[in-house]
Design a binder for this molecule. Structure first.
Ligand code: DP6
Length: 401
């Protein structure tokens, strides 16, 4: 039976967080969300970090509505409106060129959306990327769209288009003025590099001071270094990073990840007035990583920082226990010793006297609040279990949602 004849069509999807190792910073078109350079990211596993979104359409709904983490939010928000417009345009296009005509009624149906994160929003953990990717994916399912969703997700938040795929993902900047070639593509699937691990060092769970959108706008307007980066540095780095991923070359991958993060933060400092996302603790983590690598005589761990002070550290599975012990040594947990480590289990390890001496840092108690241990993961999923729906049969959030 065609979906439009059902009283309520409801789907629930999940989508992952991604962390860029070649950063996106700066738009050439604010409206279409087109970047000034390509970027490349690693999709994190949804067992640890994910957004879950339910979308429902019904002829009985009188307006579009959205609830985030249980609270109703303004559906008129421009980015959300852009995503809704775009998905309905794609649905109309598909129907008019395809097999189904006349256009189904469902296209005119209003939508109810409910979305939750299993991690703190706006803690600098790229919640908007998972959120808009999940929104695009769920809307596509409910309106019957199966075309490329890069544009829909991108209109919500640029980095969101990279959360549409698992594994290692590039967002090609594209050249066209209409943005049709500004799309996300998978570089390698999640199974490609099974030893790769990701440790998120949560430094502060507070809301960030300057959002990415406003920050990058000021950088585009004022930073000559950013322009140089986009034109002369990133193209070569995209090729090099793709090669490192394909070859599973951790040394090359790690070094380039750190350099690109550092250059992104240098462009922030080159912005006028300057922007600084890193805190003293972030800088201590940078030092810790370099001391750790120097001690081992090779790149064993690599940091990257987005628009906030939390560090995301890449390493291989055999290095995780020792590095976690080093973090504990430098940032002794204050009261939550047992909850310091979340996510994948980590074998306890002790630090050698040599490494302890090499770290050469006075401990900062409580500097790192907790660590989330995770790995590379798959792209968005559709949940078949009706219990997973965040909206009830009346189209309103279930009490627990
Ligand atoms: C530093 O995608 O949040 O995390 O497109 O304005 O929503 P908007 O920006 P957003 O920027 C992400 C910036 C970054 C780097 C990255 O993820 O590539």
């Amino acid at each position: 039976m065609a979906s439009e004849e059902k009283p309520l069509v409801v789907v629930t999807c999940t989508a992952p967080v991604n962390i860029a190792v070649i950063k996106y910073w700066g738009k050439r078109d604010e409206d279409l969300v087109l970047p000034i350079n390509s970027s490349l990211s690693v999709t994190l596993h949804q067992d640890q970090l994910k957004t879950t979104t339910t979308a429902a359409i019904s002829k009985d709904f009188t307006e579009d509505r959205i609830w985030l983490n249980g609270r109703e939010e303004d559906v008129g928000q421009p980015r959300l409106q852009a995503c809704l417009r775009e998905i309905r345009r794609l649905a109309r296009k598909r129907r008019s060129t395809g097999d189904e005509d006349p256009p189904p009624l469902s296209l005119s149906y209003k939508v109810h959306i409910a979305s939750v994160n299993n991690f703190p929003t706006a803690a600098g953990l790229a919640s908007s990327a998972a959120g808009y990717a999940c929104l695009a994916y769920a809307l596509a399912r409910v309106y019957g769209v199966d075309s490329d969703l890069s544009e829909v997700a991108r209109r919500g938040s640029g980095s969101a288009c990279r959360s549409l795929y698992g594994g290692f993902v590039e967002w090609q900047m594209g050249e066209r003025a209409d943005g049709k070639d500004s799309v996300a593509r998978q570089v390698a699937p999640e199974s490609h590099w099974p030893e790769l691990r990701v440790l998120i060092l949560v430094v502060s769970a507070e809301r960030k001071l300057m959002g990415s959108t406003a920050g990058m706008r000021t950088s585009v307007e004022t930073s000559p270094l950013l322009r140089f980066r986009a034109e002369a540095v990133v193209p070569g780095r995209m090729a090099e990073m793709t090669h490192c991923v394909r070859e599973r070359d951790f040394q090359g991958f790690g070094r380039l990840t750190m350099k690109d993060s550092n250059q992104f933060h240098a462009t922030c400092l080159d912005t006028f007035p300057p922007i600084s996302y890193l805190s003293d603790i972030s800088r201590r983590i940078v030092r810790l990583v370099h001391c750790f690598n120097a001690h081992h005589g090779q790149t064993k761990v690599a940091y990257t920082f987005d628009a906030g002070p939390n560090a995301v550290v890449f390493t291989l599975d055999d290095t995780v226990p020792e590095f976690v012990a080093a973090v504990r040594h430098c940032f002794p947990p204050e009261s939550n010793g047992d909850k310091f480590l979340k996510g994948l289990p980590v074998r306890p390890a002790s630090l050698s006297d040599e490494l302890r001496a090499a770290l050469d840092m006075d401990p900062t108690p409580g500097g790192v609040k907790y660590i989330i241990a995770t790995q590379v993961g798959p792209g968005p999923q559709t949940l078949d279990d009706p219990h997973a729906h965040l909206l009830g049969p009346d189209g309103l959030p279930k009490p627990a949602a």
